[in-house]
Design a protein around this ligand. Sequence first.
Ligand SMILES: [Zn+2]
Length: 310
Amino acid sequence: MKKDQMPTGRRMVLRIAAALGATTTVGLFGLGREGAPGTGTTAAPARPSPPGTSPPGTRAPTAPTAPAPAGGPAAGPAAGSANRPMAPSPYRLQPMTSHTPPRLQGARALPPVRQRPFLRVAGAGNTMVLTFDDGPDRRYTPAILGTLRRYGVRAMFFVCGEMAVHHPDLLREMADDGHVVGNHSWSHPLIPKLKPSRIRHELGATSEVIERSLGSAPLWYRAPYGAWNRHSFEIGAELGMEPLAWTVDTLDWKEPGTATIVGRVLEGAAPGVIVLSHDAGGDRSQSVRALRTYLPRLIDEGYHLTVPRR
Ligand SMILES: [Zn+2]
C-alpha cells in the first residue's frame, strides 16, 4: 500500500481542506444555520486516489470531481422531518413502477443542484455521523444494526439498489430504528464514466426500491468511490436528494485490521465529522467488530452520534 493512499487522520484531512480552500457542511438539525457547499471552513474527505484509478469492483473512494471553491448555493437543506415524503420526482423506472399507483407527494421543494457534496455536518455540541455503505448484506448489516441499537445511536446507510432489492426487511429495520437510508446507486459504478441516462437509471432505480420498501424516497445520496460529476448533482437534485460525502474514511474495505479501523475513527473524531465505513462489498467482519469498540468510546468522549436532517 502506497503511503499516499493512506490518510493519516485529521492532519491529512485538514491539509486537503486547506488545498481546497473550502469545505462543505450540512446542518445537522436542519435549522438553516448550516453552511452550504463551498461556503464552510473545514475539512474534506481523505482521497486515496484520483477518479478512475480504482477498478470497478473495489471500494476505493476516489477524488470527487468537486469544482473549485465558492459558487455553492446560499442556503442549506430546509428544515423538516427526515421521513417526510419527498417532492415529486420526474423520474421513475418504468419496469419498477408499472404496478405502482401514483402517490400524493409532500410539499417538499426539490433541493438545489449542488456543485459539490456535503463533507461535514454542523450542529449543536459534539455531533458526529456514522455512515455505512454498499449494503445491506445479511452477513454484516444485522450485526451493525444490533450494535447501534444497543447504544441507541442513529446512523446512515447508503444502500446499493442491487443489494437493497433483496433485503427490504433490512431496509425497514434500518428505518424502524431511526436510521437514514440513502441512495448509493444501483450497481456501484464509477459515475463519471456513465452517460447521464445511465446515471439516471442507477440513482432512479435505487430510489424506487427504497421508496417501495419504506414508503418514502431517500433524501440523501452518495456517489460510489466519492466520484461525483455535474450530471450526478443534477439528477440527484431532480430525485429530491442531497449529496453527502464524508470527512473521515476508515478504509475498512482494505481490511486493515479491526484495531486500525478503530484508531482511524478515534483519531479522526471531531465535531461535525462524517465517518465512512462499509457493511457490504466484501468481508466486513472487521468493520462490525470495530464499531463495537469505537462506538462506546466515542460516546464516552462525549460525542453525540446522530443523523443530519432535512
Ligand atoms: Zn460504496
